[in-house]
Write a protein that binds this ligand. Sequence first.
Ligand code: VGL
Ligand code: ZN
Length: 209
Amino acid sequence: MDPISSPSEHDVLIVVDVQNDFCPGGALAVPGGGEVATIASRLGSRFANVVLTQDWHPADHKSFASAHEGKAPFEMTAMPYGDQVLWPDHCIQGSHGAEFRLTDATLQKAQIVIRKGFRPEVDSYSAFLENDQTTPTGLAGYMKERGLTRAVFAGLALDFCVGFSAIDAVKLGFEAVVVLDGCRGIAAESIEERLTQMREAGVQIVDAI
Ligand code: VGL
Ligand code: ZN
């Protein structure tokens, strides 16, 4: 069954990190990020199950360049779990930038909000596993318990949180679909890299329209 036009009760729409800081005017603005809310809303109206993720960092989070002396945003650093991009301060817990930029319809439809990136020492792109590749967010258990077997993704950013979420979904035994026109990405190079990795992992990439 086509998950976009007629999702089943086993499908879940996962709306990734559609928050003020990832939209124009925000601290880590994704080009065109503000356009995602409308498409997420339209998609969400067709789904019985909607989950939101929310990037949710403490002010001293180690993924922030400001936490590393002499480092600037978008430089790299080595974390105990591997290489890590350093970001501008963004999505700080309780801040305006961390609030959702979604329609009321989507917010009301959401059944659970998975917050991630709240451990100061570990970043978390994927909605399932933090960047150490071992700490679970709880989403896989939630989906299993609810009989949700296929995850359909829209949101921000395609090359980071959406991409790694979809790849992890497949690794964890779910089907994964990314709605390309329901996503926006940070940079052309990382978008290409992630699209290739997603295709290799067996993620289905579709358009909503
Ligand atoms: C994200 C970078 C840092 C994302 C979150 O939502 O894609 N990217 N934190
Ligand atoms: Zn973040």
